[in-house]
Ligand binder design. Structure first.
Ligand SMILES: *Cc1c(COP(=O)(O)O)cnc(C)c1O
Length: 233
């Protein structure tokens, strides 16, 4: 990596952390320890290493083979890896064996496979359920009406630890529309809290809408572009 790119990365991360801090102070939720999950899809391992040297240690990957390559290449670093992409059944074994978190569980079959395939010498896999909050037919995520049953099933799986919800709302320019979708996610999580104790995570907000997400109580923001620059795929 060139020194200039390294400097740009550090500038981006510094600005982002300041943006997150300022939003969380203004938010009524006052989450002082919002996790910045650096979405490193399409970025090479050396760029992830540079981001670690700039202070980030949680990385999110969407594509299994690409993620596994980086996990292996960066084994010497104390990183936490989050799988955030759609999950097909034939991917669960490697996800369960190599990732620490999964944000994109949206059906019971996948949850059961992850549970059964999580190596017992590892701590439980940390899980968020992805909710299709905007009801888009094309998007992954459990429909809100089916969320309580899925949450109850996942909470009973010993090798999984249900931490909360993840959502990717339909793109909206108006901050009020962005906030409405994130508020709906927060309310769904609150509605589950009695039946499913111990949920503490709202994984919501990306480069373009993290202000709205933090205003509505996000505890994890998943940020790619604002850290690493535009992606070409
Ligand atoms: C790519 C991706 C992100 C990051 O998006 P940016 O707009 O680049 O910040 C966040 N979450 C998921 C699930 C993604 O696939």
């Amino acid at each position: 990596m060139h020194d200039m790119d390294r400097q740009q990365l550090l500038d981006n991360i510094t600005k982002l952390l300041e943006r997150v801090r300022a939003c969380s102070q203004k938010s009524q939720f006052q989450n002082s320890d919002i996790l910045v999950l650096a979405v490193s899809k399409t970025r090479p391992a050396e760029v992830v290493r540079a981001a670690y040297e700039c202070g980030l240690s949680h990385f999110g990957e969407n594509y299994l083979q690409e993620g596994l390559g980086k996990i292996a290449a960066l084994r010497d670093l104390p990183l936490t890896w989050h799988f955030i992409g759609p999950i097909q059944s034939n991917k669960t074994r490697d996800i369960a064996a190599h990732f620490d978190w999964v944000h994109s569980v949206d059906r019971e079959k996948i949850a059961r496979r992850l549970n059964d395939q999580r190596p017992t010498e590892l701590p439980p896999l940390q899980v968020c359920l992805q909710v299709n909050i905007s009801g888009e037919a094309s998007k992954s995520g459990v429909p809100p009406a089916q969320l309580p049953a899925l949450a109850a099933a996942v909470a009973d799986l010993p090798q999984l630890r249900l931490r909360g919800l993840m959502a990717i709302p339909a793109a909206a320019q108006d901050p009020a529309d962005q906030r409405a979708a994130f508020a709906a996610v927060r309310e769904l999580a609150a509605g589950l809290a009695q039946r499913v104790p111990g949920m503490d995570t709202l994984s919501m907000g990306m480069s373009g809408d993290l202000e709205a997400a933090i205003a509505e109580g996000a505890t994890v923001v998943r940020v790619g572009t604002a850290i690493f620059g535009p992606r070409d795929r």
